[in-house]
Design a binder for this molecule. Structure first.
Ligand SMILES: Cc1cc2nc3c(=O)[nH]c(=O)nc-3n(C[C@H](O)[C@H](O)[C@H](O)COP(=O)(O)OP(=O)(O)OC[C@H]3O[C@@H](n4cnc5c(N)ncnc54)[C@H](O)[C@@H]3O)c2cc1C
Length: 315
């Protein structure tokens, strides 16, 4: 077993940013990463000042090299369990049997996007089927775009996407009819509304070229906007006595997060969470800042000597 001040599980932008701040504070840090960042399906990371259009893999390679230079232990692998140790702190066991001990544990494990179960959609995800306009809107601007949905939140998303294209269609879900006031606002912006649901996403020559509706009609489009369900990666929570919490936006449950106090502290002293798994920040710059802020709070806790202590068998 190797001991560190902080074990970080997840070496995406949030985890690596936290590791950088902690290592520069002369803390002993280990990062375990399984190499599946949320944006892995996309060719480029957009909108990060100073790093124009790197691939997600290259961005993380740069980050890993940066933290390695400060002596961070970076381990490739999957953390299978995390548990409190009787003598205080936490033990993280990797799937290959290696064990890391840390006085503090930071979960930067990210989010899984659960897509609607529509044939043909998954292979397009992160390419021409996307969620975030600020990540992908510029690259898709001017194209014929459809938005999957219905309901108030989706009408608002359609109005937002109208900024990037005049050729926009909102395809409503049967269980989420639009209010007359929304229909009026959409019509005023020239947004077409069609009754769904979508039963198939059609691609040709590795490009999205349309969607099929339940009545058999096909709608020619070049990009699709979907709202996945955001699920915090929560595999390690059980052993720590934590559970994922429902995430609600506009009264609708849109996924789960690892609940924190806003400064990264979970309900278990010494266990922290940062990045998309802790709140739906959804942008590399935002999670990088979050990782750095949570790292500063952990460093302060280490300075104060607030090492978490647990009795044997206590989660
Ligand atoms: C398709 C798509 C495209 C995007 N494009 C952009 C963009 O252009 N610009 C932008 O700013 N944002 C973009 N985003 C958002 C961005 O990807 C996320 O905000 C960011 O990746 C979140 O960083 P994170 O460190 O919290 O989590 P992640 O990047 O998901 O990293 C978490 C890491 O933890 C690892 N991990 C999880 N569990 C374990 C475990 N048990 N053991 C070991 N490792 C584990 C994972 O393998 C992963 O490497 C995009 C998102 C999506 C879905």
């Amino acid at each position: 077993m190797t001991s560190h001040d902080v074990v970080v599980v997840g070496g995406g932008p949030a985890g690596l940013s936290a590791a950088l701040v902690l290592a520069r504070a002369c803390r002993a840090v280990a990062v375990v990463d399984a190499g599946r960042p949320r944006n892995a399906a996309s060719a480029h990371v957009h909108g990060v000042l100073g790093l124009p259009d790197l691939s997600p893999q290259v961005l993380l390679e740069v980050g890993r090299a940066q933290v390695l230079a400060y002596g961070v232990d970076v381990l490739e692998g999957t953390a299978r369990t995390a548990r409190p140790r009787p003598e205080g702190g936490f033990a993280v066991t990797l799937s290959d049997g290696r064990v890391l001990a840390g006085a503090h544990l930071l979960l930067a494990t990210g989010t899984v996007d659960e897509l609607p179960d529509i044939p043909g959609l998954a292979p397009r995800w992160g390419r021409d089927a996307v969620a975030c306009p600020h990540c992908h809107g510029w690259e898709l601007r001017g194209r014929a775009i459809a938005i999957l949905g219905g309901g108030r939140a989706d009408a608002r998303r359609a109005l937002m996407w109208r900024q990037w294209t005049p050729n926009l269609t909102l395809i409503t879900a049967p269980d989420h009819p639009l209010a007359p006031s929304d229909l009026e606002r959409l019509g005023a912006r020239g947004i077409t509304v069609l009754d769904g649901p979508v039963t198939e996403v059609i691609a040709a020559a590795d490009r999205l070229c349309g969607v099929r509706l339940r009545d058999g009609t096909s709608v020619p489009i070049r990009a699709l906007v979907v709202a996945p369900c955001f699920r915090a990666r929560a595999d390690l929570l059980d052993g720590l006595g934590l559970r994922p919490t429902e995430l609600t936006v506009g009264g609708r449950v849109v996924g789960t997060v690892i609940a924190t106090d806003g400064a990264g502290r979970t309900a278990v002293p010494g266990v922290w969470a940062a990045g998309d798994g802790a709140s739906p920040l959804e942008r590399v710059v935002a999670v990088t800042a979050d990782g750095a802020a949570v790292a500063s709070a952990i460093n302060a806790a280490l300075t104060d000597g607030s090492h978490p202590e647990h009795s044997a068998g206590e989660p």
